[in-house]
Design a protein around this ligand. Structure first.
Ligand code: CUA
Length: 330
């Protein structure tokens, strides 16, 4: 049923009424809220939002007051001069002043949003429907990952954003504004997280059937914890022996996926190195456990319509279970 039609029913309004403030304010906090900033850029965008909301409220109240005043007046013709002056002041002068004040306020905030990053650069490429992530360190070393970014708290990190197929949009609401990812173009965004914790980003541009299933896990770590993690990842070690590894290679999963420390070097699909450290699977779609990994291997399109990965329903169940257990333990 149409949502607005539902609200036009008095019974539904009475039932929902007391909960409406709760529903409205639910968006004000949480790991994916732009109104609960955890980074300097988000704080700037947030303050712009509150100032614009305040200005809009003042204008709304003024218009309502004028409408109420007009409703009480007896109808009488105005002279051309009086009417002209009224239109000039209320229709041109006041809106121009208000919009100019908001424009100057917004422009003043922009330089801080475009300041260059410090040491860390993270390349993120939008794919249908996941995120290809590659950390670039000042010494040229790289760490590849997917669907998750780890950031050191208090460091201005530069994101280099591109797309492989169609336009996506990179958005981590608690850390900053959004930036389009356009095939053939490189866009840059600088973010400085000010709070450690787990946050969630999302693709903010319709990019195909599973656009709504393209989320990004974000972990902001204390700088020492980030350095320790990066050091571990830079020294790639072979995963412990497991029958799943041989099956992963035998069934050709390595044609698309990389697992550091093994012969799997595919670049088409997400890098699966250290998959266990990611909180979710398939870009925030499934919990990260062996059962979900196996479900995804057998029929990706059932979980993520339009996903490029073919289904592997022909695998013997014991093989897909072994591969899933190996990936879960990576
Ligand atoms: Cu990618 Cu929407």
């Amino acid at each position: 049923m149409n949502v607005w039609l539902a609200f036009s029913s008095p019974r539904i309004c009475r039932a929902l009424g007391p909960w409406l403030p709760l529903i409205l304010f639910a968006g004000c906090s949480g790991p994916q809220s732009a109104l609960d900033p955890a980074g300097s850029e988000a704080r700037i965008v947030g303050s712009l939002f509150w100032w614009m909301l305040g200005a809009a409220a003042v204008i709304w109240a003024a218009v309502m007051a004028i409408a109420a005043y007009a409703g009480r007046q007896r109808a009488q013709p105005w002279s051309d001069r009086k009417a002209g002056r009224f239109i000039l002041i209320c229709g041109a002068l006041l809106p121009t002043i208000l919009l100019a004040v908001l424009l100057v306020f917004g422009l003043r905030l922009m330089p801080a949003l475009r300041a260059p990053g410090e040491a860390l650069r993270i390349h993120v490429q939008g794919e249908q429907f996941w995120w290809r992530v590659s950390y670039e360190f000042p010494d040229g070393a790289r760490i590849d990952s997917a669907n998750e970014v780890r950031l050191p708290r208090g460091v201005r990190t530069e994101f280099v954003l591109t797309a492989q197929d169609v336009i996506h949009s990179f958005w981590i609401p608690p850390l900053g504004g959004k930036m389009d990812m356009i095939p053939g173009t490189t866009n840059r965004l600088v973010l400085e997280p000010t709070q450690s914790g787990r946050f969630r980003g999302a693709c903010a541009e319709f990019c195909g059937t599973s656009h709504g299933l393209m989320n990004l896990e974000v972990a902001v770590l204390e700088p020492a914890a980030f350095d320790e993690w990066a050091q571990q990842r830079r020294t790639a070690t072979a995963p412990p022996p497991h029958p799943g590894q041989a099956l992963f290679l035998a069934h050709g999963c390595n044609a698309c996926h990389t697992v550091q420390g093994t012969p799997a070097r595919g670049r088409i699909g997400p890098d699966l190195t250290r998959l266990s450290e990611r909180p979710s699977l398939a870009a925030g779609t499934l919990p990260n456990d062996a059962a979900s990994i196996e479900r995804f291997i057998r029929d990706p399109a059932d979980i993520k319509p339009g996903a490029r990965m073919p289904s592997f329903t022909h695998l013997p169940p014991s093989d897909s279970a072994d591969i899933a257990r190996w990936l879960e333990a990576l």
